[in-house]
Every structure is written in structure tokens, then in C-alpha cells.
Design a protein around this ligand. Structure first.
Ligand SMILES: [Zn+2]
Length: 232
């Protein structure tokens, strides 16, 4: 399991696991992208699981307990009372057979994992290192503790991903091309970003088709009519 969602996600989480014939006690490890409540709050639902966090996130959670209001410090305290918490250190590695990389910025200890599709494609579950399409498209982040680190993390994710699973948006397909970085809204259900070999820092995806970013926002508004334009 990578991230557990917030309290409000519990019914959906339970339903989706049940649909796959998975009991809560079957989950033997949980990798947390970071300690915010909307990603970490449901760890207690998986009592058998070893829980992995980056050590920088634990340090942040201890230091910023009353400054970062999204921190789920109670979960960390629960984990530290037992022996289930395992810390990841450094820039990257392998955990439970999955590659992970440190993707700080949103918080100091954010991590992403890289899953291999059957066709060899890299699926990057990015947590809040890439929260949504807008951040992947522009590098323009909000709710970041370190904007430069966030942009470098997005750059890392774009460089390696064939698909991004953002923290708060639907999946984004990345096409690595020789030309310019391009985003194309091919249909209502598929967004593709074309990425040239090297992603510049700080990067800005070229708006090759003119007005493409506003087209994308319109597309997102069609898909999520209940949200205002400022939400994207
Ligand atoms: Zn977060």
C-alpha cells in the first residue's frame, strides 16, 4: 500500500480492497509519501503492516508539530511506540522490491515510488511531490515548504515517469520525445505531457499549441464541474 488517504477515504478504501479480495490484515507494508493527514491518517487500519517513511519526514514531523497543521503527528506517535516504523534514508533505494526516490519540497521528507508496468513502463506514484496536472505542466507549485526543491522533485519525476499518479489528480501520461516538452489534452480521459530528453530547471512546458494551458483548465472544469477554476 502506498499512502492510506484521509479519514473520509475510509469507506472507499475498504470497498476497493474488498473488491480485490484483500482484507485489511493482508496488507503487510505501507509506504507513506509523507506525514500529512490526507495521506497518512488511515495507517491504523493496517495493524499487520510495516510502515516506511523517509527519516527527513520524521524529523520534520517532530520539529514542526504545531507549525505544519496538516501533519498527522498522532499517527507518528502511535508508530513510534511500537516497532512497525522503518526509516528510509538518502536519495533513493529499494523498499519491499520497489524503487523509491526522495522528492522533497512539499515537505522535507517526501518520497515517490516507481512501479514497473508489465510492459516495462515506469509508473511514478508521486504523493504530493506532484499534486496535480498543473504542477506537472508548469512547475508552479503551491503549498510547498521549498519551491526550488519542489521544482527539482517534479523534474526528477518527469524525467523518469511514463505515467504519473499525482497526489490529487488523475493519472498523467508522459511521452519522452526529442522535441519540445508538450502537453496535449487528447481526450477527456487522457492527458499526455511530452517531455524532451532534458527537462530544464526551472522548467516551463512550452505552450506549443497556443492557449493549451487554458484549454487544459477548461477540460478539467468539464470533468470536475463542481469545482471553481481557481481550484486548478
Ligand atoms: Zn501533503
Amino acid at each position: 500500500m502506498f499512502d492510506t488517504g484521509g479519514f473520509g477515504d475510509r469507506p472507499e478504501l475498504i470497498r476497493r480492497l474488498q473488491d480485490r479480495g484483500i482484507r485489511l490484515t493482508d496488507i503487510d507494508y505501507v509506504i507513506l509519501s509523507h506525514m500529512h493527514f490526507d495521506h497518512a491518517a488511515n495507517v491504523s487500519m493496517f495493524p499487520q503492516a510495516t510502515v516506511y517513511l523517509h527519516e527527513a519526514e520524521v524529523q520534520h514531523a517532530k520539529a514542526a508539530r504545531f507549525d505544519d497543521f496538516a501533519l498527522c503527528t498522532e499517527v507518528l506517535e502511535m508508530l513510534q511506540q511500537g516497532s512497525r516504523l522503518k526509516l528510509l534514508t538518502g536519495a533513493d533505494g529499494v523498499v519491499e522490491g520497489h524503487r523509491w526516490m526522495h522528492t522533497p519540497g512539499h515537505t522535507p521528507g517526501g518520497i515517490s515510488i516507481i512501479l514497473k508496468g508489465e510492459d516495462g513502463a515506469n509508473w511514478v506514484a508521486a504523493g504530493d511531490a506532484v499534486k496535480n496536472l498543473h504542477e506537472a505542466e508548469t512547475g508552479d507549485v503551491w503549498m510547498s515548504m521549498d519551491r526550488r526543491a519542489s521544482q527539482e522533485s517534479i523534474q526528477k519525476v518527469l524525467s523518469i515517469a511514463d505515467y504519473i499518479i499525482p497526489g490529487h489528480d488523475r493519472q498523467i501520461r508522459i511521452q519522452h520525445t526529442e522535441g519540445e516538452c508538450r502537453l496535449s489534452a487528447k481526450s477527456d480521459s487522457e492527458i499526455t505531457i511530452e517531455v524532451a530528453g532534458d527537462v530544464p530547471t526551472p522548467f516551463k512546458v512550452s505552450d506549443v499549441d497556443g492557449g493549451l494551458q487554458s484549454k487544459t483548465r477548461r477540460l478539467l472544469l468539464q470533468l470536475h464541474p463542481d469545482q471553481g477554476e481557481s481550484d486548478f
